[in-house]
Design a protein around this ligand. Structure first.
Ligand SMILES: *[C@@H]1O[C@H](CO)[C@@H](O)[C@H](O)[C@H]1NC(C)=O
Ligand SMILES: *[C@@H]1O[C@H](CO)[C@@H](O)[C@H](O)[C@H]1NC(C)=O
Ligand SMILES: *[C@@H]1O[C@H](CO)[C@@H](O)[C@H](O)[C@H]1NC(C)=O
Length: 360
């Protein structure tokens, strides 16, 4: 009896090994924390930040899922699902991402959720497809960590808009160089005690000089773009208000495809040659969304429930490159069932990967 059972097992065992492993999967599933996966994910995050014009740079938090498809005739395409977190660097801030600190939970963090396709060919990584959205952490989560911390307010909140206007006016008044215009309000928070409004906003230099501005609407952005980013607190006082503002003005952005004879002489601002950029209207400023250059598309504020931040949903059109329209010859053949094929004792791949910062 015993030997019969044993024999049966042996036959089964042999059987297992001799049965063909089913249809071969058309993709591989490396671990989410494998170096190759991380490299593709970092290229994806870099792409996101390179293409952002509004809001804040994002940093990789966790790789949720990865599949690597063979691409005919050459290369491989990483299909990635990524979680990101908002940093404190504005989209136009040239600070390297590694130096940008992550927005913490008590500051009201924002999480991004991205689906990306990254092509690896000859050891070069390029993004074929990008689709993201982003969501602020829930009120409850912030309250758990910090009951008193101010939550993000809608970007068009009257107090937020007023604080940004007053802060920018104060900044321009302290300055005798270029007059800076508001590009966007990036974040606003209403602080209960002392009653005050905290705002962060992006600005850009115009062809006007601060000392002689009569109608800001007539001031055009410089051809050689110079952006800045400001943080301000407007405190309501008895009989008035007090505004404290600090702005960081970034290096000028060289004008593409156009020699700049004035570049060697930073003292004289280049003349405004920027016919390509539409003149921003005062109404556009109030809406905190402006067209600032030929390559930048106007980004509407997200759906109402996300209007306290610039949703990544509006940062890309989904298709990142013409290649992806026709180039992805790696759709899974019908009938290939991941997780079933290959069968014998396959350990599920270790995904999702590690959390780099915190989970919200
Ligand atoms: C970024 O951080 C590194 C290391 O802390 C530092 O050496 C470097 O100067 C920083 N760069 C910027 C632009 O802040
Ligand atoms: C802010 O925008 C929303 C949606 O666009 C609008 O319904 C609301 O009235 C605006 N609030 C203010 C104070 O302008
Ligand atoms: C403003 O101009 C004065 C001279 O009129 C100069 O001393 C000062 O440094 C300038 N301030 C700024 C912020 O450029």
């Amino acid at each position: 009896m015993k030997s019969f059972v044993l024999l049966l097992c042996l036959v089964q065992l042999l059987g297992c090994h001799s049965v063909p492993a089913g249809p071969r999967l058309p993709y591989r599933e490396p671990a989410c924390d494998d170096l190759e996966t991380e490299q593709a994910a970092l290229a994806a995050v870099d792409y996101i930040n390179q293409n952002l014009r509004h809001g804040y740079k994002h940093t990789l938090n966790q790789i949720d899922k990865v599949r690597v498809w063979q691409r005919r005739p050459f290369g491989e395409v990483y299909h990635l699902e990524l979680d990101t977190l908002e940093t404190q660097c504005h989209a136009r801030d040239p600070t390297p991402l590694a130096n940008c600190s992550v927005r913490q939970v008590f500051q009201h963090a924002v999480e991004g959720d991205c689906e990306m396709h990254v092509l690896k060919q000859d050891d070069r990584l390029s993004v074929l497809f990008a689709k993201c959205d982003s969501t602020p952490d829930s009120r409850e989560d912030v309250r758990k960590v910090c009951p008193q911390c101010p939550l993000m307010a809608p970007l068009n909140d009257t107090k937020v808009v007023h604080a940004a206007d007053a802060a920018l006016a104060a900044f321009n008044a302290q300055n005798n160089g270029s007059y800076f215009k508001l590009l966007e309000i990036s974040r606003g928070q209403l602080v209960p005690l002392p009653a005050s409004t905290y705002v962060e906003f992006a600005v850009a230099a115009t062809d006007c000089v601060t000392t002689g501005v009569t109608d800001p609407a007539n001031c055009k952005l410089l051809a050689e773009k110079q952006y800045g980013f400001c943080k301000a607190t407007l405190t309501e006082k008895l009989g008035g208000e007090e505004v404290a503002v600090t702005c960081t003005i970034f290096q000028t952005q060289p004008v593409a495809l156009q020699p700049q004879p004035d570049a060697a002489n930073p003292a004289s601002p280049p003349p405004a040659l920027d016919q390509a950029a539409p003149v921003p209207s005062a109404a556009g400023l109030a809406a905190a969304a402006l067209v600032v250059g030929p390559k930048v598309v106007e980004v509407p504020l997200g759906p109402p429930r996300h209007q306290a931040h610039y949703d990544l949903r509006h940062a890309f059109t989904g298709v990142a490159s013409v290649e992806s329209a026709s180039g992805e010859a790696f759709n899974p053949p019908k009938g290939a069932q991941p997780g079933i094929a290959g069968g014998a004792g396959l350990v599920p791949p270790p995904c999702p990967g590690r959390i780099r910062h915190f989970k919200i």
